[in-house]
Ligand binder design. Structure first.
Ligand code: GLU
Length: 283
């Protein structure tokens, strides 16, 4: 078994991250497996080295030993580009030149599990126009969802302890696989990395369960293995809302600085016990 904790270094980690990391670490230890950290830093404009260092210090404070050095997404941009080129050669992605405003203005854009569903404007651009605009116009790359799902057929994943789940990638529409400002989207990078790292069990918050629809499809298209998934309940604060990186009170760096006992916190979280005022809730 190999589990991973995959924070984005865009802010301080909080109790919700600690819960996720503890679950992944505990599962690996119980099975005599391995636990690793991946730094999801493809978003170069928002990622900060200080948050990478803080995340590593947090895990150390919690007593969660790592079986291997941190994996950094920013070191794997070539793999993401190669996968995108493969999908492009197979006619499964297309460049999209629309701005956020273009998409927001489109009356045809309904909402899906991961935001507005792209109305497909650039899917049917004439080939000559597409080639001309590719030369110098900012663009992202989108998955042609209809083609992709026709190719992949019905897809399921194993949600640990809860049986098989039917993936519904179509609800997301033509998702972005490479961004204008980053060579891969979260969906593409995360799916490729989980496979490359040999992750057997993806343990992450239930807020990401809809993403698994898309990840399962990408696994099928790219010939990657499908891990077992566990989407766990989210830690909510005294106000009943799920924690966000801006909730300074629940920041692990702050708890560390106050001299709180990280090992004791990890043991409590592993047993499902949260500090007073905090609770676990399924979204
Ligand atoms: N980096 C993502 C986040 O911090 C998590 C990715 C994942 O677990 O798949 O929300």
């Amino acid at each position: 078994m190999l589990t991973r904790f995959a924070p984005s270094p865009t802010g301080e980690l909080h109790l919700g991250h600690a819960y996720s990391a503890v679950l992944a670490h505990t599962a690996a230890r119980a099975a005599d497996g391995r636990f690793r950290i991946r730094i999801d830093d493809i978003d170069g404009s928002r990622s900060r080295e200080e948050y990478v260092a803080a995340a590593l210090a947090d895990l150390d404070w919690l007593g969660l030993a790592l079986d291997g050095p941190p994996v950094r997404q920013s070191a794997h941009l070539g793999e993401y580009a190669a996968a995108l080129a493969d999908l492009r050669a197979r006619g499964l992605v297309y460049p999209c030149f629309c701005t956020r405003a273009d998409i927001a203005q489109s009356l045809a854009a309904p909402h899906g599990p991961s935001g507005a569903v792209y109305p497909g404007t650039c899917r049917s651009l004439p080939a000559a126009e597409r080639e001309r605009r590719l030369v110098d116009a900012a663009h992202c790359w989108r998955l042609d969802m209809e083609r992709a799902t026709a190719l992949a057929g019905g897809l399921y994943w194993d949600e640990q302890g809860r049986g098989e789940r039917l993936a519904d990638p179509q609800a997301h529409g033509d998702v972005v696989l490479a961004r204008k400002d980053a060579p891969a989207s979260y969906h593409l990078a995360s799916t490729l990395d989980d496979a490359a790292m040999g992750v057997t069990h993806v343990i992450r918050g239930a807020d990401l369960i809809a993403s698994t629809d898309v990840h399962r499809l990408l696994q099928a298209l790219l010939g990657l293995p499908t891990p077992i998934y566990l989407h766990h309940a989210l830690v909510c604060g005294p106000d009943g809302k799920r924690l966000a990186k801006r909730d300074a009170a629940a920041s692990l760096a702050a708890l560390r600085a106050e001299g709180a006992d990280g090992h004791a916190l990890a043991a409590d979280l592993a047993a499902g016990r949260l500090p007073t005022g905090y609770s676990l809730q399924m979204p």
